[in-house]
Write a protein that binds this ligand. Structure first.
Ligand code: GUN
Ligand code: ZN
Length: 447
């Protein structure tokens, strides 16, 4: 059980190596985009970063008596941002044998049906958020189930932890079992009530969440678009062009639309703060349309490999002539890990399979500042700098004997980041802070 905040004093400071970003390393030289401070001081006040810089330069400015934690071997980073994940699918991670559409029928829908029980939902929400924090992830865009209380369960636990989360009730009025279907009007009314209960309450943010075009009628998609216009600052999340059989099905269901993306655009669902999961099989016109609309794609490499969906063309999406916002998603339960380090490992391999090289600075940017940028939250999370919310993780490059011996060979911070992303996982997360509070301490005695 994660202890309830606050346990850490409102003003405290961290010392250690720190990595963050001053620019986008897909648009700028990675060496210039990386901000590396080999001995940093981070002063935290009331949940925000008050000062960040070299320890030697700032030590004399520390208010007297400020408690200081020195992470000698650690690397302090902004907390990771997961831009696409399904909390109700935690119990069915690693389900054998199927590709997307059969996997949904055989494993996903029966698992999500269990969320009819509010106690079950509350238990999974607690375990899920604890796992996220163990992995160093402090913000995520999260699908709940069709049941409104699955959203209450998630936001209640997130509010207790004070994590900044984006989440919403799945809308699904066709091509799903009867016990998981809503109706266009019922889904709209339930979503609006949830929005008024949770959106912008503390750090919680609401995402209108039509599952994907196959499970929503045109009427439901149109109502989802109208829902988005009811309140300021809402998000939208759905799936796009993940699998070839799915793409063909959407073509048959929406014969009048020019593309899969156009199905959503026509309903008013594509714009800033829209997050489209996958985009494995999108063409240049759709990348261009995403750029123009300001929506984001969530790259989910462990899921795409696990379900055999295909290889996302990350560098085409990020083409500097018309860059699309891209974040990383674990997509658990189709994804095989909640760790962004493991997700970067697979992102590197997927990029290799398309003939491209994902630089470790680009990789860590995607997992932090890039995810925040994709969600239009980069003014609050994703980097270490004064004024930002103090969501941080402390990475341990020597977490296992294998990593320790490999880390010893590293001569640069870039080398070390690469070792972390290829060999690291939740074992490499020494501690996690949310709004300045320590919410995970890997080495704390169990109890
Ligand atoms: N497409 C529609 N629903 C889902 C889901 O739950 N997971 C994944 N990976 N793709 C989907
Ligand atoms: Zn998904």
């Amino acid at each position: 059980m994660i202890p309830s905040p606050p346990l850490t004093p409102a003003r405290h400071a961290l010392r250690g190596r720190a990595v963050t970003f001053g620019a986008n390393p897909f648009l700028d030289d990675p060496a210039r985009a990386l901000v590396y401070e080999p001995d940093a001081l981070i002063l935290i006040e009331d949940g925000r970063i008050a000062r960040f810089g070299a320890f030697d330069a700032l030590r004399d400015t520390l208010p007297p008596g400020t408690p200081l934690t020195h992470w000698r071997e650690g690397i302090i980073s902004a907390g990771f941002v997961d831009t696409h994940v399904h909390y109700p699918q935690l119990p069915m991670i690693a389900a054998y044998g199927e590709q997307l559409l059969e996997w949904l029928e055989r494993y996903t829908f029966p698992t999500e049906a269990r969320f009819a029980d509010p106690d079950y939902a509350a238990g999974v929400a607690r375990r899920f958020l604890r796992e996220l924090l163990r992995a160093g992830t402090t913000s995520a865009a999260v699908y709940c189930t069709v049941h409104p209380h699955s959203v209450d369960a998630f936001f209640a636990e997130s509010a207790r932890l004070n994590t900044r989360m984006v989440a919403g009730k799945v809308l699904m009025d066709r091509n799903a079992p009867a016990n998981l279907r809503d109706t266009p009007q019922g889904g709209y009314d339930d979503s609006l009530a949830l929005i008024d209960r949770w959106h912008q309450r503390g750090r919680q943010l609401y995402a209108v969440t039509p599952r994907f075009a196959a499970t929503s009628t045109e009427e439901q998609l149109d109502l989802a678009g109208s829902l988005l216009r009811q309140r300021a600052g809402l998000f939208m999340q759905t799936h796009l062009s993940e699998n070839l059989a799915e793409v063909e099905w959407i073509r048959q269901l929406f014969p009048r639309r020019g593309s899969y993306l156009d199905v959503y655009a026509h309903a008013g669902l594509v714009g800033p703060r829209s997050v489209l999961g996958h985009g494995v099989h999108v063409d240049e016109d759709s990348f261009h349309a995403c750029h123009a609309a300001g929506c984001a794609l969530a790259h989910c490499p462990t899921s795409n490999l696990f379900l055999g969906s295909g290889a996302f063309r990350l560098f085409d999406a990020l083409d500097p002539r018309r860059p699309v916002r891209v974040g990383l998603g674990t997509d658990v339960g189709a994804g095989t890990s909640l760790s962004q380090l493991q997700t970067l490992n697979e992102a590197y391999k997927v990029a290799q399979s398309t003939g491209r090289r994902l630089h470790p600075v680009q990789a860590f940017w995607l997992a932090t500042a890039g995810g925040a940028h994709a969600l239009y939250l980069d003014d609050r999370i994703g980097t270490i700098s004064p004024g930002m919310e103090a969501d941080l993780c402390v990475l341990d490059p020597g977490a296992t004997p294998l990593m320790a011996q490999r880390a010893e060979q590293c001569e640069t911070i870039e080398d070390l980041l690469f070792v972390l992303m290829m060999l690291g996982d939740d074992r490499s997360v020494r501690a996690t802070y949310v709004a300045g509070q320590m919410v995970h301490d890997r080495d704390a005695p169990a109890g």
